[in-house]
Design a protein around this ligand. Structure first.
Ligand SMILES: Cc1cc2nc3c(=O)[nH]c(=O)nc-3n(C[C@H](O)[C@H](O)[C@H](O)COP(=O)(O)OP(=O)(O)OC[C@H]3O[C@@H](n4cnc5c(N)ncnc54)[C@H](O)[C@@H]3O)c2cc1C
Length: 368
């Protein structure tokens, strides 16, 4: 056990989309956080979710989808700690790390995201591969690609991420039989045109779709719905939405029923004004768990954390009411839905690629 205790004026937990945007804004506006600021993140890169399916489909390489954190931290005078938060005691302002002791903070910002939930009953008879964190998912996928691909592979989830992953895995693992298993209808809550287009695509690519069954158990190599085996699988990718990390609820911070930290419009935790929470980790009225919202949170964090540290007034975050749905289809194209319109094809794919590349270019910092 490492019992080193470090005091820090500002601890940034996780290099999620929001922190990435915040750090870049600070760099652009000439703001430098206080000496002793620490960013804790497992691994040296921030992964961009929008390009992950493209990576699996062979359209991008890792360097294009992930941003190196060291140059950004160096430019801002921030210490980058390759570690993970395992516990937080909000009352004591104490962050416990997996390997390098504890951090006592004056101000803390949490952007550690979420994890996909998995079936509670599980006898361990099937390989489970969470889609996040991306770095570990990528390792499993590399192993599959190098010859250990599962014969029968399931994707648990029915949202945009599950559809994109299924299409990308179809392309990169041509010999695996693929099943998408979702509790509701596919892309539940989205426009009917988009749902139909996604269903047609999965069917056309030979991906089997199981809708309307909540997978609650894994036993003897099968997934079960309501006590009934519905499919034999060798591995299951979890793209099943967002569950809270366990330590949020045990931190003493006020959380919602799902275990995410409740925040107000300034993105401060409602029970601790020195703690900011952004992205999937935050329970904010009007925000959804998606990269798009996390990126917007980042712009607010950039202003409000600086304001907190310099005793300036803060701004309020107003979530957008609609977000563009843009799903890559692993063939250079994309499916788009916005304001009642569903469009598909290569032009949409080119546009998505343009938006994603622009984001990466904007946030990447080189050493010279
Ligand atoms: C395959 C896939 C595709 C997706 N595509 C899209 C898309 O196109 N558009 C969209 O809007 N959303 C998309 N999403 C959803 C999106 O990924 C998430 O909503 C988004 O990443 C949340 O961002 P975040 O800022 O909360 O944190 P994340 O981006 O999840 O990052 C969290 C960071 O914290 C780090 N971390 C985790 N735990 C700890 C810990 N204990 N201590 C320290 N650091 C930690 C992680 O390593 C990571 O760097 C997709 C999701 C998946 C699975």
């Amino acid at each position: 056990m490492n019992d080193t205790v470090t005091a820090s004026p500002l601890v940034l937990a996780g290099a999620g989309h929001a922190h990435l945007v915040m750090l870049r804004r600070w760099l652009d506006t000439g703001y430098r956080p206080p000496t002793g600021t620490i960013l804790v993140n497992p691994g040296s890169h921030a992964w961009y979710s929008g390009m992950m399916p493209g990576l699996l489909a062979g359209r991008y390489n890792v360097e294009e989808c992930a941003i190196a954190l060291a140059p950004l931290c160096r430019a801002l005078g921030i210490e980058l700690r390759d570690d993970s938060v395992v516990a937080l005691d909000a009352a004591e302002r104490r962050v416990s790390l997996a390997h390098s002791g504890e951090l006592i903070h004056q101000c803390l910002s949490i952007n550690t995201g979420s994890k996909p939930p998995s079936p509670v009953l599980n006898d361990g008879s099937m390989e489970l591969v969470p889609a996040k964190p991306f770095s570990t998912f990528h390792q499993s996928w590399l192993r599959w690609q190098q010859g250990a691909a599962p014969e029968h592979l399931g994707i648990l989830g029915g949202g945009a991420a599950a559809v994109e992953l299924a299409l990308a895995l179809r392309k990169s693992l041509p010999r695996s039989e693929l099943h998408v298993l979702c509790a509701n209808e596919l892309l539940s809550g989205q426009a009917p045109g988009l749902i139909q287009a996604a269903r047609r695509l999965l069917l056309a690519r030979g991906i089997k779709l199981h809708e309307g069954g909540f997978v609650d158990q894994i036993k003897n190599g099968h997934v079960f719905v309501g006590g009934r085996p519905i499919q034999q699988l060798d591995a299951l990718v979890l793209a099943s939405g967002a569950a809270a990390l366990d330590w949020y609820q045990h931190s003493g911070l006020a959380c919602d029923d799902a275990g995410f930290v409740r925040v107000g419009d300034t993105l401060q935790a409602v029970s601790a004004p020195e703690v900011f929470v952004a992205g999937d980790s935050a329970a904010h009225q009007g925000s959804r768990k998606s990269g798009v919202y996390s990126v917007r949170h980042g712009a607010i964090l950039a202003i409000n954390i600086r304001a907190k540290l310099t005793r300036q007034p803060m701004v309020n975050y107003k979530p957008q009411r609609t977000a563009l749905a843009l799903l890559s289809t692993a063939d250079g194209g994309a499916l788009l839905h916005y304001a009642g319109w569903t469009l598909s094809g290569r032009l949409m794919g080119k546009w998505k690629n343009h938006l994603d590349q622009r984001f990466m270019k904007r946030h990447r910092v080189s050493d010279h």
